[in-house]
Design a protein around this ligand. Structure first.
Ligand code: NAP
Length: 455
């Protein structure tokens, strides 16, 4: 399997890279391991921070250069790609500035003598990452772990090899020593070999449930810790006292950002009966305004999906949903033009027996449900195999918080669609995975909490 960059706007193949061979893989593993033991683990926080801050500065100096690669390889609208570059820089800076505080030794209160817990790095970590946010996903994994003193190796999605190389070059340019950050163009078999390798001490995956199950099982056989950031089918609950216009605006950005290809995109719109018709009418009207075009053109509002295959998968899901009884309110088809363009789509009348009821739709397809009241909204929101994020719209913030507590997910946003920021923990429960990235929590996942006891 090759690593291939194909522009989803016009289907043109841009570049192809072969997976590395066994000798090259061994050399990279060796270099990472030596970098950890002989160099990176013993550097001061200030030394490590200098590298990460420099990487952030380079991203800020040349945002378009990095952003254009995202847009060319996976189709994201250029302004959104530029936003992703800025967010990645913010994550690098955040850990450069806060890691030492997060990992400071903790004195314990003990009856006799002295006791403290120190956070030490554990070694070489392996990350398997998805194409939908090609730099942000890597920054989330690499920044905290590098600051903790670990070194990282990354297998990026095979559709974004130019972004994968750009991030590796970024770290080199920022002064990271050879082996601190390593990109791996490897096959699925080699992924297993890397997980099995004794030099690898932890594994993080962001991606689908299917990939997560394979990688977590392999790591489990090797007794290696994992974090899993998997899919979601986030509920977007609108209560009868919501600000309707605000809710609709957020529904549009929550569903359409990144062409709907976000794990925390709003996917199931659960609206209380009193507002359901008006919400649906305004939501539909807003989705009709999206204009497909070249994602490099700043006037375009509807980007292609990441690949022709992604479009086929989504169309298949919509067709099966309709065969199962769902009604198409709008859209439902590919857009008749070159490129992987999907019509903004709303489906309703999705019964529990419909396969769509429990699936994630990774694209601009909204599932719309009307419910009698708040309790029914919570029950429907929780009737999902996923537990990543969700939103609640109400003008009564206390009521929003109470409802948020009843939702079985890792994140709930009141009066906003899901978003991500360096200081906010990110992650889910149920089939959305386990562990957290970002914030103080994200740097604690792959460190040894070592007790030092003085008798
Ligand atoms: P995917 O197919 O699971 O790919 C993600 C990564 O896993 C890629 O690097 C992929 O490599 C690799 N991979 C896939 N199957 C594998 C296997 N059997 N063994 C080893 N590696 C494997 O995910 P996707 O469909 O591209 O991405 C979308 C999914 O990711 C959605 O479900 C989305 O919700 C989820 N996601 C979750 C988060 C989160 O933080 N919770 C964030 C973003 C996306 P190849 O490209 O070479 O196949």
């Amino acid at each position: 399997m090759a690593y291939q960059s194909t522009n989803p706007y016009d289907g043109k193949i841009l570049q192809t890279f072969d997976p590395i061979n066994a000798n090259q893989l061994e050399e990279k593993l060796h270099r990472a391991s030596v970098c950890f033991s002989d160099d990176w683990r013993s550097r001061s926080y200030a030394d490590r921070a200098a590298v990460l801050s420099r990487a952030a500065a380079i991203l800020r100096e040349r945002p378009e250069e990095f952003a254009k690669l995202i847009t060319l390889e996976m189709g994201k609208l250029l302004p959104q790609s530029i936003g992703e570059v800025a967010l990645s820089a913010a994550i690098l800076d955040y850990y450069a500035q806060n890691a030492e505080r997060f990992l400071a030794p903790e004195k314990l209160v003990t009856a006799k003598g002295e006791a403290l817990v120190e956070s030490s790095p554990i070694g070489v970590l392996f990350g398997v990452e998805p194409w939908n946010y090609p730099y942000y996903q890597i920054a989330r994994f690499a920044a905290p772990n590098l600051m903790a003193g670990n070194v990282v190796m990354v297998k990026h999605a095979s559709s974004v090899p130019q972004c994968a190389l750009a991030f590796e070059r970024l770290m080199q340019e920022a002064g990271a020593p050879a082996g601190a950050y390593t990109n791996l163009f490897i096959s699925k078999d080699q992924v297993s070999q890397v997980i099995d390798d004794p030099r690898i001490r932890g594994v993080a995956l962001t991606g689908s449930e299917a990939a997560g199950a394979v990688v977590a099982a392999r790591a489990g056989q090797n007794l290696k810790k994992t974090t899993m950031e998997l899919g979601g089918s986030d509920a977007f609950i609108v209560l009868e006292d919501a600000d309707l216009d605000k809710a609709v605006k957020c529904a549009v950005s929550g569903r359409m950002g990144n062409s709907g290809q976000a794990c925390t995109a709003s996917k199931r719109f659960i609206v209380v009966e009193a507002l359901a018709d008006r919400f649906l009418e305004k939501f539909q009207a807003a989705l009709e305004n999206f204009k497909p075009g070249d994602p490099l053109d700043k006037q375009t509002t509807l980007a292609p999906l990441s690949s022709a295959e992604a479009l086929e998968n989504l169309l298949g899901q919509v067709q099966r949903a309709v065969a199962g009884g769902a009604r198409v309110v709008m859209g439902g088809e590919r857009i008749d033009r070159t490129g992987a363009f999907m019509q903004p789509t709303i489906l309703t009348d999705i019964s529990e027996k419909n396969p769509a009821y429990k699936q994630e739709f990774f694209g601009p397809v909204a599932l719309f449900f009307r419910v009698p009241d708040e309790d029914a909204a919570v029950a429907l929101a929780n009737d999902s195999p996923f537990g990543l994020g969700g939103s609640v719209f109400t003008q009564d913030i206390e009521r929003g918080k109470q409802l948020a507590r009843r939702i079985d997910t890792g994140m709930v946003f009141i009066n906003a669609p899901a978003s991500s920021s360096p200081e906010l923990p990110f992650g889910g429960v149920k089939n959305s995975g386990y562990g957290r990235e970002l914030s103080g929590a994200g740097i604690q996942e792959f460190v040894n909490k070592k007790l030092i006891r003085v008798a």
